[in-house]
Design a protein around this ligand. Sequence first.
Ligand SMILES: C/C=C(\C)C(=O)SCCNC(=O)CCNC(=O)[C@H](O)C(C)(C)COP(=O)(O)OP(=O)(O)OC[C@H]1O[C@@H](n2cnc3c(N)ncnc32)[C@H](O)[C@@H]1OP(=O)(O)O
Length: 732
Amino acid sequence: MAQYRRVSGSVGLITLQNPPVNALSASVRQGIVDSVKRALGDQKVKSVVICGQNGVFCGGADIREFGRQMSGPPLVPMIHDIEAANKPVVAAIEGSALGGGLELALGCHYRISHSKAVVYHCFIMTMSDQAKLGLPEVTLGLLPAAGGTQRLPRLIGVPAALNLITTGRHVTAAEALQLGILDHVTEHNTVDVAVKFALSVTGESLDGRRISSFSCAPLSDLDSLFEEAMLKVRSAARGAIAPVACVQAVRAAATLPYAQGMEREKELMATLFHSGQARALQYFFFAQRAVGRWSTPSGARWDTSQPRPVRKAAVIGLGTMGRGITVALAQAGLSVVAVETHAKQLMEATKAVPSMLKRGAVRGGTTIEPDSITYSQNLQAVADVDLVIEAVFEDMALKEKVFQQLSIICKPDTLLCTNTSSLDVDHLASQTRHPELVVGMHFFAPAHVMKLLEVVYGRRSSPAAVATAMQLGKKMGKVSVAVGNCRGFAGNRMLKRYLEQAFFLLEEGATPELVDRALEEFGFPMGVFRMSDLSGLDVGWRVRKADGLADTSLTGTSARVRQGCRYSPLGDLLCEHGRFGQKTGRGWYQYDKPGGRVAKSDPWLHNFLDEYRARHGLVPRCIDQQEVLERCLFVLINEGFQILEEGIAAGPEDIDAIYVFGYGWPRHRGGPMFYADMVGLERVVERLERYHQAHPDVPYLQPSGLLRRLVANGSPPIHKWRNVIKNRNSQL
Ligand SMILES: C/C=C(\C)C(=O)SCCNC(=O)CCNC(=O)[C@H](O)C(C)(C)COP(=O)(O)OP(=O)(O)OC[C@H]1O[C@@H](n2cnc3c(N)ncnc32)[C@H](O)[C@@H]1OP(=O)(O)O
């Protein structure tokens, strides 16, 4: 699938044709090989241009082919033959040139791309509508193994190539020009410009145009440069192996002749290609796209539901969450009414929000319309908005009142959303005149930074309301995941089980340090206790108090039992000691001052745990990292299966996206449900059963019905789980 034709008399034009992104599938590669052969064999053709159909050069290798038997011509010799051609070959890059797409362009003798300068503001100019280039293979657990690790450093130097290859970041055409990846950018039709350019270089020597013949620009202290790069990559990678292999491959470019460098690239790729991490990352690539194709048990779907236009939105409550949401809405180009009834809080927000916007603009190289936000102390200011996001204090009585008022003040078709993290969306909907227009939009702190948005549909939410919230989330740059209404929705409901197990492990003899180390070595950016100190122990305490759980006056066996199940009051006790975490300088760890960031082991806490265990007759035992991981993660996974069983999440991809984007689950492990698939469902069942036997007072250690059914069905791979879930639901 590559079209070949002769244009302007002597230019062979090769157009990649594989919608939507012209990925280099076997047939595209065959098409390129055949077309190049034709162009080079045609005496009338003096130069060649390679471009992509529909304004996209090429999104790289076809990722769907990776798990299968490879067929068709391989990329490396194909690109080698292009570079070795005796007629100039020009890459005309529109849209994207990523991965193998950029490697193909690096094999060409010239690269021209599209870039359009747009002046938004008298002082700041931003570039938009321009091509994106990059080598994102590392994000798929791979390295650019079609010569990318060897050609890019030779073209732009080792430091810049290391940065691009180890992060996988995409650069704009403007930056690519600056870096030296591109020879030329144009605001006009890229293919037309490339054809004219190809005509102009006809017959010129290609000696200085073949990147593989370049040497890397010499650097004074190569060893320390690579040592530093390796340290940086290892600390950011959280156990991911591909970034490390990328550094090793670039080192080969800097120290070896091209042919040997290519051998090293191949060798390193061989270790990555079949790794579990590559499988996980490639699964996750498709999973994060699959969540956009949402559905609900009532039959509403992404492709049959029409979102409503949202131009003006309101945020109610300008605490930390409300401010972040206001910033995210403004950054998405909406006009925002920001309401806060407390004068002091409003005053603070009017200062904080613009400075958050300014910082975001500097980071993203964009500008914000300064008057896109209006502030008010009066709820009446939301009368004409299309959508409201309520972000007041997490208190049902207060939220009920806000929804009752909004229902009167707003236009009848205004969508009313709540940012509650666990309260009942159906109940809030029942406070309004149009419950079908109520959904949850559960943002994660900081709301203008975190990628995850849980869109919570209630029993009566209309398909249009869900579609609107999903689309708005996407416009705000979020990964929006549709989930049903239940306590804690998907993410926090699973988290609750994970936290409880961590507390139980402390009771049984573990320390916060041991538990956190196991989780951090697994790949979480922070263990559960360090995370709890960061977010504040008082948050959960308030919820447990409201639920009547946090009663520390209970003694004897009843101190550690609630509703017939095991309960640990450890978090409640710490809060009673005023240990709320970083904000008070004491929590599960100690900090040098309130607000301090560096967690240090705290002898007080260890004594406290010893006394607590003695008081409750708990004999501490040795707990290893494996038990920490199995207890904390398998119970979270089990709850995930329960959530799938109940239809709260439509598929495992939804849960995995929630955990990677909202809870720091390491992406190279694919998400909790993918991890269960990797570990083996039978093993997960066996371990859960074992732990349940040891702890019969923890009922949710029993494997969920769906998990058992999947095992009974021969443990199908994750992409087939939906069939088992569907069969079950169709029997109901
Ligand atoms: C060795 C390895 C080598 C040589 C490689 O090249 S590995 C591949 C490296 N390339 C990438 O990682 C690029 C992946 N794609 C993207 O980043 C984006 O798709 C895009 C920037 C190219 C376009 O973005 P956008 O316009 O938002 O479109 P989507 O991301 O939604 O994609 C549309 C559908 O195309 C599927 N897709 C995209 N890229 C590939 C690919 N390289 N191989 C196979 N399929 C691809 C994507 O999954 C979407 O389909 P659905 O999942 O929605 O069905």
